[in-house]
Write a protein that binds this ligand. Structure first.
Ligand SMILES: N[C@@H](CCC(=O)N[C@@H](CS)C(=O)NCC(=O)O)C(=O)O
Length: 310
């Protein structure tokens, strides 16, 4: 198996989640730095249109969304499971909540005017406008919308207070050993701590702060740098992986061989078109061909993604 390649950029919270999961697994990985906004021509040549950050590449297989990246890392390296089989429901459900509800709270806090001013301090006016226009496009057409700051302020003590009370009882991690749930929550708090205006939303909770230090101390392992052109060459030279024999029947009647498009439903809803080659209860895989990337399989989680006929 070729080494996992993470397409990411330093300030992305979901990328931080993936970097920590790679560090936790102790895998040798390669790092491709991608632009923080569109266009991302080398990334989308691989994914067929999916633009969110991060994306994990293993040879000619592309894994979109950190929920699926966690599952794939468990397949690559089954020891120290991110999603232990006997905690599947609690860990995956908690992680999905952290990645959506808690993250959306953090987005509203971080982009409130006082905090955005600090975050954008080093941007020129042109860069700031370009970034805001890109993020407006990112959110158009999806179900997610920016939560009002009054709402997130009002609800924050519930969200972080529950975690604080649980951790104050003495657990080093949320559910025993570190799992997908810890990384899904930690990247959101890391995001808040990235700006002095929002850091206090985490710092005033001592048990959460001590837990966050433990999770971040896991680190990123030791990635080696790779250019995006080289990542494309690696994909082109590789064959996509095969699939297990399963008897899953898609509830909407899709079958292997159908021409489909897959898109996130919340934001970043750019569709990826191709041939459905595999689907199970968790995952949807589309085969597509690109001049520069060759034949690739693009993998998506079922949860949070819609499948439609072309
Ligand atoms: N559900 C996705 C969310 C990813 C996400 O929202 N990433 C942000 C960066 S933290 C993003 O894509 N922003 C726009 C961009 O990078 O172009 C996941 O788990 O990977």
């Amino acid at each position: 198996m070729s080494a996992p390649i993470l397409h990411h950029y330093p300030t992305s919270p979901f990328a931080e989640k993936a970097r920590l999961m790679l560090g936790f697994k102790g895998l040798a990985w390669q790092s491709v730095i991608i632009p923080a906004m569109m266009p991302k021509p080398d990334l989308t040549a691989l994914t067929g249109g999916y633009r969110k950050t991060p994306v994990l590449q293993i040879g000619a297989d592309l894994y979109c969304d950190t929920a699926l990246i966690a599952r794939q890392l468990d397949k690559v390296q089954p020891t120290s499971a991110l999603i232990p089989k006997d905690q599947e429901a609690v860990v995956s459900t908690f992680a999905a909540w952290a990645d959506s509800v808690v993250f959306q709270h953090a987005v509203s806090f971080v982009f409130q005017p006082e905090s955005a001013a600090v975050r954008f301090a080093r941007f020129s006016e042109e860069q700031r406008n370009a970034f805001l226009a890109d993020r407006a496009r990112l959110f158009s057409g999806g179900t997610a919308s920016r939560l009002p700051i009054e709402t997130v302020r009002h609800q924050w003590p519930v969200i972080i207070g529950r975690v604080e009370r649980q951790l104050a009882e003495g657990g080093r991690f949320l559910f025993g050993e570190p799992t997908h749930a810890d990384f899904a929550l930690a990247h959101v708090f890391w995001f808040l701590k990235g700006t002095p205006v929002t850091a206090g939303l985490v710092d005033q909770y001592p048990a959460v702060s001590a837990w966050l230090e433990r999770v971040l101390a896991i680190g990123h392992g030791s990635p080696s740098e790779l250019g995006s052109e080289q990542a494309l060459e690696i994909a082109k030279a590789a064959q996509p992986l095969g699939f297990p024999e399963i008897d899953f029947v898609d509830p909407s009647g899709f079958k292997a061989g159908d021409k489909v498009s897959v898109a996130a439903t919340d934001y970043g809803v750019d569709p990826v078109s191709g041939e459905l080659v595999y689907s199970d209860a968790e995952e949807i895989v589309v085969r597509r061909e690109d001049e520069r990337a060759g034949v690739v399989h693009v993998h998506f989680p079922r949860l949070g993604f819609a499948l439609s006929s072309l």
